[in-house]
Write a new protein. Sequence first.
Length: 342
Amino acid sequence: MRAQHQDVSLLRRLYTGESVQQARRAVDGLQNSQTAIPETASPAQQFLEARVLVGLLEFRNLYTRFPLGISAVQPRPDVIGLGVESEERAAEILFNLLPSYAPAHNEVHGVPGLRITRRHQTAIELQVLGESARLRLTGLPSTLWRSAEERALSNWVDADSMHLCWRSSPRAWTAEEREHHARWENPDDQYVQVKRRGAWLGSGLLRRAALLHTVANTFMADGHHSAAFGMARLVLQSSHARAQGPGPHNVVAALLDPVCGLPLELKRYRGDTDENYGSDQQFVLEDAGKTAVLDLRAAVERPPSRLSPELWQAIVRRMPRSGFTSGLSPSVLAGFCSPGAA
């Protein structure tokens, strides 16, 4: 293997969490026009991935070894694979992504049209019916994926009051899903246009989700999305362990990297540059075209009291010893804190 390819594959591993062999095969298989972490091949795939990222951030009720409960990602132009940490986290993901209809509120929860379309020995595939957008969930044997589905079903307090679209109509959209999609995803609606223009950010972050645990001492992450002033906005809130390795500025440095990063610029920084001090930090990044904003709010703090000591020690053991070695230094951040800085 050429030295350049080897360097790129090792860099890619930081973003994806793949094994050395997986990263090398992926880089060797890239076309000349593709970057080390390829973009999606279609707007539908990009939009699905953006929704999946928000789902991972917004909907979780358990603590996991990895910040999002995702150990690794495998991004390809036509599909993305997510390595799910546990059966419990898999059930949460299925519960929040697979569509169900609540007649009492006339609402569809989850992603309209999304179905389990393929089953493998250690993975399942989800696809939006009638579209090419796909998601592969990996990391568990087939028996545990079946068990995760049953857990997802049991999460409903009153399953009889819900119309489970993905179970009742596995090969076609339901009328309720079509109505919901027409109402809330109208391409002529300005809010929808803003969301879709900025979907590249959520998709790009999902394809680089391992950064949270490969270059920084992140132990938990959540967040939400919105749109305002013609830009999609993604708020990512991360919790970091004090004096346990590299801090959150390493994530930002990696996102700004010219080889595997995203087309973002650091516009504002607030906080103390000494990450061991314990103050909160805020990094605001946006693209030159002003389609999307990433608002990263990082807090150095102790683990929650509800986190078991065994799980906390497992989290500490997997934290990296070194961060992202180029790009953004504390002195650069200090410049953003100086009088008159943007």
